[in-house]
Design a binder for this molecule. Structure first.
Ligand code: HEM
Length: 415
């Protein structure tokens, strides 16, 4: 194969990725072979790894050339199982134009800045409660006691789900994301059953909402959603519900976990935030840039097309590596590999420069919500969780797609 790159890294090996995002390997690709043909392995067929931002933007902004639907935008729970695939194809993240645009409008209506901002007082109360519980103990298991809590709370609030049921949501999300992790023991059957259970919950909540409608809620926007003059079908409504849960919970949890880990590993950066909490929103942006919650999203070329200096053939799979493009020195400067909570001061447009939320037609619909959750959580944590330390190495999720943390014990000065 003439276009093959001499630098081959086992990027789709979930075990290897669970040792940490291979930033060095990605840097080599970015510098030597930015559109890199990677060999088939036991985990994947051949694919192109995109590691520079300009190439990622080209792919992501051209959905007619690069389909999200052909092989879907990311690996699916249930794998090749045709029934699961049929469900997953209904998620907007796996749709192409022109249909995608119409469906996106429905979810967009549910996530207005106003609707999200209205949640802030509730988020802050909840963040305070989370910190109140751990602060006197001087230690906690950060993932379950802190990071998982806020996104679950928010998703319950958005979907009018009783907060007491959040634990079940959390288990269902673990099934959706844990397909490569032997500890999670996910099979095509359990993946399918988790999706079916989420659909059942969605229908139940919809029935309750119809009996007692709350205007302006996300559920309300979805239930009143119209595509080409028609209300959403039950299946479409349930699919939207599924992506809000699957897309909204693990991502924010992962960002919170890595944010805390990064601050612990860089005490001098943490101190800057203690001294000046007004820096926290900028620090959240740097956390998002430095360690994205997804390793990649993928597309399939709809025709022969040139990316950078490479000829990609129709049907080829292209994977866009967010952790790499976010450290592209041509965009972020010579210190792109450094974690700096004050980066926003040197790069005021940091928010629009990194690609943690993607770019183009599929740009994350929950970005404002995620930023708000993270900012509120760190604003409540940082002044009270003083001198935090890692108690042993965090345990990572086994996944080539989500560089998540399953368990992270920390200690700090008890209040
Ligand atoms: C740190 C947190 C988050 C990260 C890193 C993240 C990342 C992303 C990325 C990279 C995409 C683009 C996918 C592509 O181009 O193929 C995306 C799409 C999406 N995200 Fe997020 N996301 C986060 C939080 C959320 C939240 C909280 C929600 C909602 C509750 C959400 C809902 C969605 C939806 C609905 C899409 C599909 C948009 C479309 O296909 O048009 N995300 N997200």
């Amino acid at each position: 194969m003439s276009d093959q790159c001499p630098y081959q890294f086992d990027l789709m090996n979930p075990r290897k990725m669970s040792e940490g995002v291979p930033f060095e390997a990605l840097k080599t690709l970015r510098e030597k072979c930015p559109v890199a043909r990677q060999d088939a392995t036991e985990y994947t067929g051949e694919f192109w790894a995109i590691t520079k931002r300009e190439d990622l933007d080209f792919v992501s902004k051209n959905p007619a050339l690069f389909s999200s639907s052909a092989n879907m935008a990311h690996p699916q729970p249930g794998g090749e199982d045709p029934e699961s695939a049929a469900i997953m194809r209904q998620l907007i993240i796996n749709m192409d134009p022109p249909g995608h645009v119409q469906y996106r409008k429905v979810v967009k209506a549910a996530f207005t800045v106003r609707a999200v901002d209205a949640l802030e007082p509730m988020m802050r109360e909840y963040a305070k409660e989370i910190v109140d519980k751990i602060a006197p103990k001087g230690k906690c298991e950060f993932v379950s006691e802190v990071a998982a809590e806020m996104p679950l709370f928010v998703i319950c609030a958005l979907t009018e789900m009783p907060i007491e049921k959040r634990q079940r949501f959390s288990e269902l999300v673990d099934i959706m994301i844990g397909m490569d992790d032997p500890e999670m023991d996910v099979t095509p059957d359990s993946g399918r059953m988790a999706a079916a259970e989420i659909f059942g919950i969605a229908m139940e909540l919809a029935a309750k909402h119809k009996a007692n409608p709350k205007q302006g809620s996300v559920l309300d926007a979805l239930l009143n959603g119209v595509v080409e003059g028609e209300a959403l079908t039950e299946m479409e409504f349930c699919s939207f519900f599924l992506i809000l849960i699957a897309g909204g919970v693990e991502t924010t949890r992962t960002a919170t976990n890595h944010g805390m880990r990064l601050l612990i590993e860089h005490p001098e950066e943490m101190q800057k935030l203690v001294d000046d909490p007004a820096l926290i929103p900028g620090a959240v942006e740097e956390i998002l840039r430095f360690h994205p919650s997804f390793a990649y999203m993928q597309r399939t070329a709809t025709e022969d097309v040139r990316i950078g200096e490479m000829d990609v053939k129709q049907g080829d799979i292209v994977r866009m590596y967010y952790p790499s493009v976010n450290r592209d020195a041509d965009v972020f400067g010579a210190d792109a590999e450094e974690f700096k909570v004050t980066r926003m001061q040197q790069s005021p447009d940091l928010k629009t420069q990194h690609r943690t939320f993607g770019i183009g037609q599929h740009f994350c619909l929950g970005s404002h919500l995620a930023r708000k959750e993270l900012t509120v959580m760190f604003e409540e944590l940082i002044p009270r969780i003083r001198n935090p330390k890692l108690e042993g190495a965090p345990r990572n999720l086994v996944s080539s797609f989500i560089p998540g943390i399953k368990e992270m014990h920390i200690s700090f000065d008890a209040e």
